[in-house]
Design a protein around this ligand. Structure first.
Ligand code: 89Y
Length: 343
């Protein structure tokens, strides 16, 4: 099969990793790029050999839609809904970066527009594709530790995320949309859907608009109690491990721990078995983000297999809507100081 041709909408910080990850996967080739500040699109197009550049997304779609197999939307979150609704009119399959939308209503509108137009919508949710998280899931599925009754997912760091992504400072709703989209999706991936949720938030940085600390507690799947802790609070940790996620799972027959430096420990009656599950290293990846950038490759490969009709995508629009529901339910819970329950 020949390469699928795609357009990149948005050529900011994340596109510098998203595009090389496509080259790493192979089988897909960017033929057009759009950015609001067109000089940025020109620079990225030159860097990656993308032939056509646009300052207007509608013009790109008008001129290129017959040549395009899919769109890769990597713009700021507030543009996702209008771009997806626009692209659905051109009947081009869409990949949209997380977080999906600025509200649940907008996310629902995106899914509905694509469903009505018969256009596949995928959300680029890469956290669950991290090598160590996949390895932990495999052990969980193997039944070695039995049914999980409690778990903790921790992603706490003082890494200055605002330096590379200054827009994060301006978000009215920050940590739960930016990082919670990932960690709550990972919780769903590992433990299933929630039946109840309680969340509390804090703001430690004085110079940002949104919250930068959150704890979400849920009852998930067959009853696992799951706590998700997240923070970008410049809390001066002795060993800051950005962007590693630590996970601890207690099961009826053992425990499972994903700790610093990608060590995975499985403890049962027989003792502790430990092995390292590091991500692959790519030359184009920023070493400060290694496990995250490496996971873009696996996520893209999964979405591409679905676009080619060879496999099933995990993070479809419909699926990610469930993660978006959790993000905004967390804000509702925190704002009202109440437990939210689902039937
Ligand atoms: O924006 C976030 C992401 O997707 O990965 C890490 C990050 O850059 C900061 O939380």
């Amino acid at each position: 099969m020949s390469d699928l041709k795609f357009a990149v909408l948005g050529t900011g910080f994340w596109s510098l990793y998203q595009i090389p990850a496509w080259f790493e996967v192979g089988g897909a080739r960017p033929i057009a790029a759009y950015n609001r500040t067109v000089s940025k699109a020109e620079r990225v197009a030159q860097q990656f050999g993308i032939p056509h550049v646009y300052a207007d997304p509608e013009e790109l779609l008008k001129n290129e839609h017959e040549n395009l197999d899919f769109l890769d939307i990597v713009t700021a979150v507030e543009t996702h809904a209008p771009l997806v609704v626009l692209a659905a009119r051109y009947s081009i399959p869409i990949i949209c970066q997380k977080p999906m939308a600025t509200s649940l209503a907008e996310a629902e509108q995106m899914v509905q527009a694509c469903r009505e137009a018969g256009v596949p919508l995928y959300i680029h949710e890469n956290w669950r594709w991290q090598t160590p998280i996949r390895a932990l899931k495999q052990v969980l599925n193997s039944g070695t530790i039995g049914a999980p009754f409690r778990a903790r997912i921790d992603m706490n760091s003082g890494f200055p995320v605002f330096q590379n992504q200054p827009f994060l400072k301006e978000l009215e709703q920050f940590i739960l949309t930016d990082l919670g989209s990932h960690t709550l999706d990972t919780a769903r991936f590992l433990f299933g859907e929630p039946s109840s949720l309680y969340c509390q938030v804090q703001k430690v940085h004085k110079d940002i608009r949104g919250e930068d600390v959150a704890t979400v507690q849920m009852r998930m799947g067959t009853g696992t109690m799951v706590t998700v802790n997240m923070a970008y609070a410049e809390n001066f940790l002795e060993r800051d491990a950005f962007p590693q996620t630590f996970i601890f799972v207690e099961g009826e027959c053992g425990s499972l721990e994903l700790g610093p430096d990608y060590w995975l420990r499985v403890t049962t009656r027989e003792g502790t078995h430990l092995r390292r599950v590091p991500p692959p290293r790519y030359t184009w990846a920023d070493p400060a983000y290694d496990v995250v950038h490496a996971s873009i490759v696996s996520c893209n490969a999964n979405l591409l297999s679905s676009l080619k009709g060879d496999g099933k995508a995990e993070t479809t629009g419909e699926d990610n809507l469930k993660t978006v529901r959790l993000v905004f339910a967390s804000y509702d819970s925190a704002n009202q100081d109440r437990v939210i329950t689902w039937k």
